[in-house]
Ligand binder design. Structure first.
Ligand code: RIB
Ligand code: CA
Length: 314
């Protein structure tokens, strides 16, 4: 077996973040160096607790969890309790965490890890607003050339937005951070709504988690039961898009995705289109490709992998 891939998960749990973290912790292909919480779906005080709840649910209380940015770089924080519930992890009843929160700030952890570990070996899995990543780049610009790759859930192009007609939530919350990341000449894989809206948590798929004999299966079903109700209503579909686990899946099985290397620019001027990912899919500009943008996913392959991995957990 090849050496596990060292990853840092930057996240704003959120039920879909939680399932992504479970997938990562269940997969021996990853060495999870740390989980860095950011304000997004719910305030930071909750996202850092939620990250620890999920690590304990997965039976991995030794995982290092760090608290990061409490608000976006410039804009006021916008949260999504209307989707994720007041706690951000509504659905299952999970005990308050007993594992410690690390004392080091998340941004310092990201910088220190990238500057001390071998260059080009660490992948950042970015599941929320990119504030921590932008702050780390600002703190130490040299990390840009030391990051192996950023794989991020965010944006949308032909699919449009989910928080405004033009913008997806992660990018909308902190467009200035996203612009700094896309302008930093770092290898990026972007998994936008065009892709994640094909990964729907249908009844049949959720039942496979519910009937598992472990704790994590039924807990995953309870997370998805709550999380999907908003999008089922909004889109009139059987199930809702399971966004964030697509990030880990791209690293585990990239063959499940179709993508193209194109330019992505972030709108930061107009309130009408604030946070829009302007994706030059048809290469009609001279703008240099700066991301591998995924446009489709094999949803059955995705859920087969996710089901097999969640079944491995306690
Ligand atoms: O737009 C979906 C994204 O915003 C997901 O990462 C979800 O967790 C929220 O952060
Ligand atoms: Ca998220």
């Amino acid at each position: 077996m090849t050496k596990p891939l060292p990853i840092i998960i930057d996240t704003d749990p959120g039920q879909d973040d939680a399932v992504a973290i479970l997938l990562a912790l269940a997969s021996p292909e990853f060495e999870v160096l740390g989980i860095t919480a950011v304000a997004g779906n719910v305030p930071l005080a909750l996202t850092e607790i939620n990250a620890r709840k999920i690590c304990e649910l997965a039976g991995k209380p030794e995982t290092k969890v760090f608290s990061g940015a409490v608000r976006p770089l410039l804009r006021d924080l916008v949260t999504a309790e209307y989707v994720h519930g007041r706690t951000g992890l509504d659905g299952p009843v999970l005990p308050e965490p007993t594992m410690p929160l690390q004392k080091q700030h998340a941004v310092d952890f990201i910088v220190e890890t990238l500057m001390t570990r071998e260059a080009g070996t660490i992948t950042l899995c970015v599941l929320g607003p990119m504030t921590n990543i932008a702050l780390a780049l600002n703190r130490e610009p040299r990390i840009a050339s030391r990051i192996n790759r950023i794989v991020a859930m965010g944006g949308g192009f032909f699919e449009g937005g989910n928080v405004t007609p033009a913008a997806e939530f992660n990018i909308y919350v902190d467009p200035h951070a996203a612009r700094a990341v896309f302008d930093a000449d770092i290898p990026i894989t972007l998994i936008p709504l065009d892709c994640t809206h094909q990964a729907l948590t249908s009844r049949v798929r959720v039942e496979k988690f519910r009937v598992m004999k472990n704790k994590c299966g039924p807990a995953t079903a309870a997370l998805l039961d709550f999380f999907e109700r908003f999008d089922e209503q909004k889109y009139g579909t059987d199930g809702g898009p399971l966004h964030d686990p697509c990030v880990m899946t791209w690293l585990l099985k990239p063959e499940l995705f179709q993508s193209r290397d194109v330019n992505v620019a972030i709108e930061c001027e107009s309130e009408l289109t604030m946070g829009m990912t302007v994706v030059d899919w048809w290469k009609v500009t001279e703008r240099k490709p700066n991301a591998t943008v995924c446009r489709s996913i094999d949803a059955d392959g995705f859920f087969d992998l996710l089901t097999e991995r969640i079944a491995r957990l306690p």
